[in-house]
Design a protein around this ligand. Structure first.
Ligand code: WTA
Length: 630
């Protein structure tokens, strides 16, 4: 398998990728199966923005994930599934088997009216059928929109609505540790406001009773019975949409990030092979849910494009006990383990007794993703899990970048605790100051931007190109702006400091403060709320909500409980506030804008230095909020 094998080669490849990006990426794309080769590698401008890769090319990504491997790897395991309960049976699929399951389900989709260009919402637990559903959509040229199973009905219906989906794929429910989550009920509630949905395909997983609406709802298991395993792949254009994935923004509703087929495929495959230094036969385990971009790129597409073996785990790190991850690593002889800093921090806090029983000697490479990893957690991971012999790749990227942008290449380039280190070939970072001036040289800190497109870059936000332009391409003209602050140290290594906008990374999940506020405001007694993040030992960031009540409530604890329930119901348990403070008013400017800077300081417990409050409509509000802070 073709990949970078030395630091010198990394440097050469990087140089080549900047000097002749088109030739560089064309070379990576050559290895794939194409129905028709591209006419032109790249056309772009960041003003509109309009970015197109491999223009004129025709292909189907599932032929590259599955069919292409059948001859050489037909009997190799493509997917291993470890269930929530360690007593339950493991399921394995060879490439041949996965290919045939995907084709069979693709035929089920067609039979139920799905066709090329349709948007299909997938709301499923972490079971093989989720991967099969994703690939089956791509097989027939439908656009998948996977919604994380932890989101509840309102978030779900917003996403189904925005993408105008006509088919939903779900299951009766999910296991999550000792709990059962009734997914189908959430779908039923969401669909009350989604008339576009004509079919719901339900996989029976936990055998709980569900309501099936006649004419709309069908069982996966019934439909698949007589479905043929012959389903020729739909021939797609390189720039046709592959999927929509919703991500939170500073304002308003989440936006549907759109990725297109050929560029995403090329970028994910290249980054997967090089960052993790994947070798034939390695068992690769990415713990992310397929509902997030990490699951799309490095649980489903990346490993399968590379002809690898991907492990999918249904459960949680602490069930039946906090040794579960390490037990699974030993059980399946995992070679590469890719997880979130939040999981590392929470397991570290529970002590080494849960790690000690396991050998962990199959591990070769460790990875982290989604948020900054502090030095302490990095060292703990390195010493106790990697036994100081596994390079740790701290991979920086975003839903919008499609794949890994800044990261060490395992064992090839240097690692540095807390640093994502160096850009991958084809990736051209630049740091700008607040005025948009380039910060040259090393030892500088600024806004992280990119000056040249890579194949996996976002193409648009679904049905709202203006929002894509405003969010990513207008802050600094001519550049893609990430929303992150970043430091380049004296050696030229990149360290990501965090977000500079109103989104918070809670346990590695990106949440918009305005989205959480909307959920809180659904409570009948709440008039207005403001949400900010505060540093949290395990979760990275916690959620602090300041709320204004319509009338005084004497039972403050009951009110807080109700607010938490409201958020869980409307958005999902991942968005539950950690702290709630009832206030009389919020610090607003004369134009009515909430001064979040002040609330952030208060939430962080830094009451001494709140900066200039003279422009506030009513500065006395701040004193009152300070008194009630916790
Ligand atoms: C943050 C996740 C520090 C960052 C793949 C980014 C990170 C946002 C890292 C995107 C990292 C991601 N170190 N911060 N290694 N990786 N981030 O869209 O703020 O869920 O902008 O994509 O996560 O989050 P998203």
């Amino acid at each position: 398998m073709n990949r970078i094998t030395s630091f010198e080669q990394y440097q050469q490849e990087y140089k080549r990728s900047v000097e002749t990006p088109e030739a560089f990426w064309a070379e990576q794309a050559e290895q794939f199966t194409w129905h028709k080769k591209w006419d032109n590698v790249l056309e772009w401008n960041f003003d509109e923005p309009s970015i197109k890769w491999f223009i004129g090319g025709q292909l189907n990504i599932t032929e590259n994930c599955l069919d292409r491997h059948l001859e050489k790897r037909g009997n190799q395991t493509a997917l291993i599934w470890e269930p929530n309960n360690p007593e339950d049976e493991v399921r394995k699929f060879t490439y041949k088997e996965l290919h045939s399951e995907v084709c069979r389900f693709a035929n089920v989709l067609k039979k139920n009216g799905a066709k090329k260009g349709d948007r299909i919402c997938i709301y499923m637990p972490m079971i093989p059928e989720l991967t099969i559903a994703v690939l089956a959509c791509a097989r027939i040229g439908a656009i998948h929109s996977v919604v994380f199973g932890g989101f509840s009905f309102k978030s779900l219906s917003d996403r189904i609505h925005d993408a105008d989906c006509n088919v939903v794929i779900t299951s009766d429910g999910a296991y999550r540790g000792a709990k059962e989550i009734p997914l189908k009920n959430v779908i039923d509630e969401a669909l009350l406001t989604c008339p576009s949905v004509k079919k719901v395909i339900v996989y029976k997983h936990i055998n709980t009773e569900v309501k099936m609406e006649s004419g709309r709802d069908v069982w996966w298991q019934d439909e698949i019975k007589n479905s043929s395993a012959d389903c020729p792949a739909e021939i797609m254009d390189a720039e046709d949409m592959l999927f929509i994935l919703y991500t939170s923004g500073s304002t308003g509703k989440p936006k549907g990030v759109v990725h297109t087929i050929a560029g995403y495929m090329t970028f994910v495959d290249y980054t997967f092979r090089n960052v993790f230094q994947y070798n034939d036969g390695d068992i690769f385990w990415c713990t992310a849910d397929v509902g997030w971009i990490t699951g799309h790129s490095y649980l489903v597409y990346g490993p399968l494009l590379a002809g690898g073996t991907t492990l999918m785990f249904e459960g949680i790190p602490t069930y039946p006990d906090a040794g579960r991850f390490w037990q699974v690593i030993d059980k399946h002889q995992v070679a590469i383990f890719y997880t979130a800093p939040t999981a590392i921090r929470s397991l570290e806090a529970l002590g080494l007794d849960f790690v000690k029983p396991y050998k962990l000697d199959s591990l070769k490479v460790l990875g982290t993703v989604g948020e900054p990893i502090n030095e302490f957690a990095w060292n703990w991971y390195n010493e106790n899990i990697g036994k100081k012999k596994c390079p740790i790749v701290d991979t920086w990227w975003q839903t919008e970048t499609g794949g890994i942008m800044i990261s060490p290449l395992a064992g090839i380039t240097k690692t540095k605790p807390g640093f994502a280190t160096l850009p991958l070939p084809g990736v051209q970072p630049i740091l700008l100051d607040e005025q948009g001036k380039e910060l040259q040289g090393n030892n500088v800190e600024g806004r992280l931007c990119f000056k040249f497109p890579w194949p996996g870059i976002i193409r648009t936000t679904y049905q709202n190109h203006k929002r894509c332009k405003e969010t990513y391409f207008e802050t600094f003209k001519g550049y893609y702006f990430t929303g992150d602050a970043c430091k380049r140290d004296e050696e030229g290594y990149y360290h990501i400091s965090g977000r500079v906008d109103d989104v918070i990374k809670v346990s590695g999940h990106l949440l918009g403060t305005s989205e959480i506020e909307n959920a809180i405001d659904q409570h009948p007694d709440i008039v207005e709320s403001a949400v900010v993040g505060f540093p949290h030992e395990i979760k990275g960031w916690g959620i602090y909500a300041f709320v204004i009540c319509e009338h005084e409530r004497k039972d403050a604890d009951a009110l807080k409980k109700e607010i938490i329930e409201t958020v869980t119901k409307n958005m999902g348990a991942i968005a539950k506030p950690d702290k709630i403070q009832v206030v009389q008013g919020l610090p607003k400017t004369r134009s009515g804008k909430i001064m979040r800077r002040i609330l952030r300081k208060i939430a962080e417990g830094d009451l001494s230095n709140l900066g200039d409050t003279s422009t506030l409509l009513d500065p006395s509000i701040v004193e009152e909020i300070k008194k009630g802070a916790h």
